[in-house]
Ligand binder design. Structure first.
Ligand SMILES: *Cc1c(COP(=O)(O)O)cnc(C)c1O
Length: 235
């Protein structure tokens, strides 16, 4: 257990240094970019060690696993980010434990998320990021809203009880230079901010591309394998 703690402490340190260096390189303050550690596929015991090491925000992408882990770690005071594909029949349940939902990508999810948020035991609002697709037009959209739909989707979140619109989230497409993808994302964000000036957060960047995301304005990065090691199972 303490070997695992040492391992996590070292990798966490390395990731924090990468973030600081990238911030400096981008002319931003070293503390400008928050770290969300993606703990999917790793046990609650790791989440506990991460909390001891100062991690405040964790990310999960599958409802059942996330719900169980959030319950098991309820005493730690962590912020839980849901970053995975949302099914409309699970969305209400997700909003009951997730403090941040980063993957809202279609209007159909707003109603159930809002209902779940209003049923939260503590009554706090749920922060929402809209996931936007960075795939080229015409590609099979794997996940994420069409950029053209963002403003209207944001309006629906604004109008929904229990939800607070905070910004955008994206994943760089496989096989494209992340720098190009995040350049496009920066443009989408500028346009979005004209209509939703309070939605200033930008969740972008993972283990392999956090530097590029920070150069293009990410306010938090979602890092899994660089902190926890290779995931135990293939997704
Ligand atoms: C798994 C996942 C991450 C973390 O990926 P790593 O490459 O392990 O850092 C980030 N964002 C999303 C949406 C994910 O599903």
């Amino acid at each position: 257990m303490s070997a695992r703690r040492d391992e996590l402490a070292a990798s966490l340190d390395a990731v924090r240094r990468r973030i600081a260096v990238a911030c400096t390189g981008a002319g931003r303050g070293e503390d400008d970019v928050a770290l969300v550690v993606v703990t999917k596929f790793f046990p609650a015991s790791d989440v506990r060690l991460l909390a001891e090491l100062g991690v405040t925000d964790v990310g999960e992408n599958r409802h059942q696993e996330a719900e169980a882990k959030a319950a098991e770690c309820a005493d730690l005071g962590l912020r839980w980010h849901f970053i995975g594909g949302l099914q409309s029949n699970k969305a209400a349940a997700v909003a009951r434990y997730a403090d941040v939902v980063e993957s809202l990508d279609r209007a159909k999810l707003v109603g159930p998320l809002s209902r779940g948020a209003q049923a939260r035991p503590g009554g706090e609002q749920v922060d929402v990021l809209l996931q936007v697709s960075l795939d080229p037009p015409g590609a099979d959209h794997r996940a994420g809203a069409d950029p053209a739909d963002l403003v209207e989707l944001g309006r629906r979140v604004d109008d929904a009880e229990g939800l607070r619109l905070r910004g955008l989230m994206a994943v760089a497409p496989l096989g494209e230079d992340p720098d190009d993808a995040f350049t496009r994302l920066g443009g989408m964000r500028e346009a979005f901010l004209l209509e939703h000036p309070g939605a200033t957060e930008l969740s972008a960047g993972m283990s392999g591309d956090l530097e590029a995301a920070i150069a293009h304005g990410a306010t938090h990065v979602r890092v899994g394998s660089a902190v926890l090691g290779p995931r135990p199972r293939v997704q």
